[in-house]
Design a protein around this ligand. Sequence first.
Ligand SMILES: [Zn+2]
Length: 569
Amino acid sequence: MTVRYSYRAGLMAAILLLGGAGQTALLAGQAAGAARVSGEQEGVLQVKDGKLPAGPAEIRQGGAVVGFARVDPEGVARRVLGQAPRDAEIHPIAAQEPRVLVMAPPDHPAAKEAGVLFGAGMSLAPDAPASEADAAILIQLPEGNANIPKAGTLFLSLDAYAALRGLEVRSHQVTKRPALRITVVAPWMPGLEVGHEISWFGKEGDRFTQRSLPAEGLPDGARVLAVSTLDQGPILLEETLPDGRRLVALDLESPNGRAGYDPGSKLKWFFITRALDTKAFYGRHVPRRLTVDEYTQRLRELAARHTGRATLTEIGKGSAGDPILSLSLGKKDAPRFVFTGVLHGGEVMNAYGLLRLAEVLLENPREDARISRLLGEYGVEIIPLLNAWGYAHGKQTNSRDCDLNRNFDYLWEKFQGDSGWRAAIKPEVLRGPAPFSEGETQAVRDRLLAGKVAGYIDFHQHGMEHGHMLMLPHRPVQRQPEVLRLLHEVLNARLAGRALYGSDQRLQLVLSGTGSPRPFAQNWAASRGITACTFELPGGVEESLILTDMVVQEALHFMWILAATSPGS
Ligand SMILES: [Zn+2]
């Protein structure tokens, strides 16, 4: 009875997490299927064939994004951008929240984190109707295993799995950071390869802790997906139960730090959100920092795999004489989107994210009609490693101590210096001897002046806990700020529920809307009439699976939104 009682206490906690006692409908995941436009009156859309959840929504026709709507809490949809032709589909941006049942002792950190991650789709067992759940996370087995919920996918912590299968969990305490190593890549684990290692540990005092199962004694049919780097014992495994349900056992106990934030715990929820497949995850794990040569080789291989569809060109030379490469794809002689990464040499994740963007555009792994439609009408130019010297030397500046993002011709002459690491360099050195004095900025300028540019993003990486930011250009030169504000709203809806930052909050993209009067790339581009913005990524290489996905999502939604503002160009 005590277990039962504690579950009830947990249920109360869940209701509190859900935002108040008034919200008692548990497992009330919203049906988020596509609806259709049946008419429009003064911007309000008449909708048939479905009910729309609150939030931003895409209007699609023939696979292309043609407009955007905003749905209010009463379910009223208003067109906010582009067109809403009769019979066009309306797709909510936020994927349907999975209805996740969590069975855990009250106050267990994993239960709290699941509440934040899955929001209104989560409840605690066993009082909730288990048969309606998409998945269940069992930190603790219910009394008598017969009560295991009938959810489609069962996630069991190692402790719960060991109890179910009569195994003994082994616990390690070591002085060096351990990891898990991928041994089999299940279909729901794209972005990972056999042999990849992911930091996976907790801390007790000054020791690192990790748990694993014994390699022997597993039931027939159990497939080991990842093992401990300490003893090769299973940390992640999968079974298909006789009734067809999937069982995934994983070590949720070891990573005891803040999910998404502390080393060893950053990807704690990755396998669960990925196995639920509620979001298109385009991320790719980068196990270590690539050298410039290795990175360039990957770009060349990608272009070679798609000869005729992708062209790699040298568009200039950096301050140290290194070639600046640009990858072009999509429709030729059409308006094109331009993306730059690693203007600051230390902000390396954008190089990997933009490489992944190129792969996604060329290979369209999820057969997304929006991608093929976009590339049929627009070109895309990716300059992923602008400051190769800085990347190679771990420096933000180029080899001449110039901060390239102070060298563009926008209020350049007014630049008086900056705080932080920039304070150590004289302003006249930091901004360079003249606007566009550097090979890197000249290359960007020349590409942005060539042909018609449909939009430009300069990708950066702030790297701090709350550093995930969409920054608009300096206000006087902003182009289409209302469209970029919609992009911000869309991305927060799109990226919700896939990662945590600091255990108590979903990853949020912050909008910085006023901009700054500095010689930024985006300010100069905007002053030339280009719709431009800057993204700052949080985190580091350990979260490459999440961050590379963000770059892809940010670029894709930027292009879809801008394409919808000028259809048929
Ligand atoms: Zn930067």
